[in-house]
Design a protein around this ligand. Structure first.
Ligand code: EPU
Length: 428
């Protein structure tokens, strides 16, 4: 079985450079389908979700020139298929962006229902509502989503019932080449929404208001190729290293990040007692004491990101006092708390709330990565704990963190990758 063996306790020290944003890249890559031409994209994270996206796009007819691990030129001039294979699209969530992008270009589109981390129900009703308002016919049948249109999509007014990152970005993708003006109300404001709009605008799209809750898209007939676009740094990767620095009583400079995107995380670290210095494109986090207790409620941006919820919980496991976490986005994001309990954490989770009473120290234990962010939290817990922590199911972590062991090792950690094919799973 594949696992990371994390040696603790370890005080992280030094500098780490943040990669491009996963959740921006997974929308920008399909967005390239909207142009019959070439797009040169830089600062793409080298992670398994992105490599899966390359395969999907190539299966549709895209030609990709791999300039480096983080830079491509993609030519979609000869894409003729709008049917993405089940094997490729069912495995991850962000394949849903193919619907909006392909629907902008083709009259009939088919993808499988998206997969992704198991965080409870993950409906796509708001995506479908947006496509239907734009004039498409959408059917979900036998595990697939079929979308079609007989004429050009038509600009409309879309009010999202819930603030959804995916539905906002999919509506933008579909509306970009529609006839007339589309407004999206109650839109998500995450940095990746803004990055997608900036990318499309660099191709000639007319999108205004991204980053606010009302986005206005004036449809254009066609888009132009892109000579160079660099994806924004990953907010959640940066936040993960900020928390890891504080949890290990470390001293870390996080480079190539956008401090504004990290404000909700910075605020919690300050409450915990860390020192956080913001610079133009870096953040310096230092911690020299046991964290104080604090409470967290996850919210859409600019609130505290749900994708930082498991990681910040590690600070509370060793805090002075009792902290409370309320999860407001996903119905089932506390599965990892059982793993932390194995490491000596005093943690109880019911429904959307977890109560964490700080203990003096964590100890090592074999633990699972229930999902991508929970896996990152297990690595931080392993760095805090005394002993060798084996973290299993690391494929989840590799979906979204580029070179995570190399980056932690540069900060002084020891994390070994092991793949013992004969080892039997400890959790059955
Ligand atoms: N929702 C609906 N209907 C929809 C869409 C969403 O009810 O049609 C609900 C969801 O059930 C959830 C809430 O709306 O309760 C927010 O979901 P959202 O659509 O914003 O999530 P998403 O687009 O599926 C993205 C990220 C997630 C991140 C969430 C929230 C990508 C590929 N995924 O998911 O990232 O947790 O936004 O910020 O961008 C991760 O990176 O680890 C990850 C899970």
């Amino acid at each position: 079985m594949e696992k990371f063996v994390v040696y603790g306790p370890c005080q992280l020290k030094g500098e780490v450079t943040i990669s491009g944003a996963k959740n921006a890249a997974v929308a920008i890559l399909p967005a390239t389908l909207l142009v019959k031409g070439k797009c040169h994209i830089e600062n793409i994270p080298n992670i398994s979700d992105i490599r899966a996206y390359y395969k999907i796009l190539e299966s549709l007819g895209a030609k990709i020139e791999y300039i480096s691990d983080n830079e491509i030129i993609i030519d979609n001039s000869h894409v003729t298929s709008a049917i993405a294979s089940y094997e490729l699209t069912s495995k991850f969530r962000a394949s849903y962006y193919l619907l909006g992008a392909l629907l902008g270009r083709f009259q009939e589109v088919q993808i499988s229902l998206p997969g992704g981390c198991n965080l409870g129900a993950r409906p796509i009703d708001q995506h479908i509502k947006a496509f239907e308002k734009l004039g498409a016919k959408v059917e979900v049948k036998r595990g697939n989503v079929y979308a079609s249109r007989t004429t050009r999509l038509k600009g409309t007014s879309i009010f999202l019932d819930v603030v959804s990152v995916g539905a906002t970005m999919n509506a933008i993708l579909a509306a970009t080449l529609a006839e007339g003006t589309t407004t999206i109300e109650n839109a998500a404001k995450e940095p990746h929404v803004v990055d997608l709009a900036n990318f499309l605008n660099s191709m000639g799209a007319k999108i205004k208001g991204a980053g606010t809750d009302t986005i206005k898209i004036t449809g254009v007939e066609s888009l132009a190729q892109v000579s160079s676009y660099s994806i924004i740094p990953d907010q959640i990767e940066a936040g993960t290293f900020m928390v890891a620095a504080a949890a290990t009583k470390g001293d870390v400079i996080i480079k190539n990040c956008i401090p504004k995107h990290l404000e909700p995380i910075t605020a919690k670290l300050l409450e915990a007692g860390a020192t956080v210095e913001e610079h133009e494109s870096s953040i310096h986090v230092k911690m020299d004491k046991r964290p104080s207790a604090f409470s967290v409620k996850t919210m859409p941006y600019p609130g505290f990101p749900t994708d930082m919820q498991p990681q910040i919980s590690i600070l509370l496991t060793i805090c002075n006092g009792t902290g409370i976490i309320v999860e407001n986005i996903w119905e089932s994001r506390f599965q990892y708390t059982d793993e932390l309990a194995k490491m000596g954490a005093d943690i109880s989770a019911h429904g959307t709330t977890a109560i964490i009473k700080g203990v003096d120290t964590l100890y090592s234990a074999p633990v699972r990565s229930h999902d991508l962010r929970a896996g990152a939290a297990m690595i931080i817990a392993g760095l805090v704990a005394d002993g060798e922590t084996s973290v299993y199911d690391i494929h989840h972590i590799l979906r979204g963190y580029e070179n995570i062991t190399g980056k932690f090792e540069k900060l002084g950690a020891t994390i070994l990758y092991q793949n013992n094919k004969d080892e039997v799973s400890f959790y059955g």
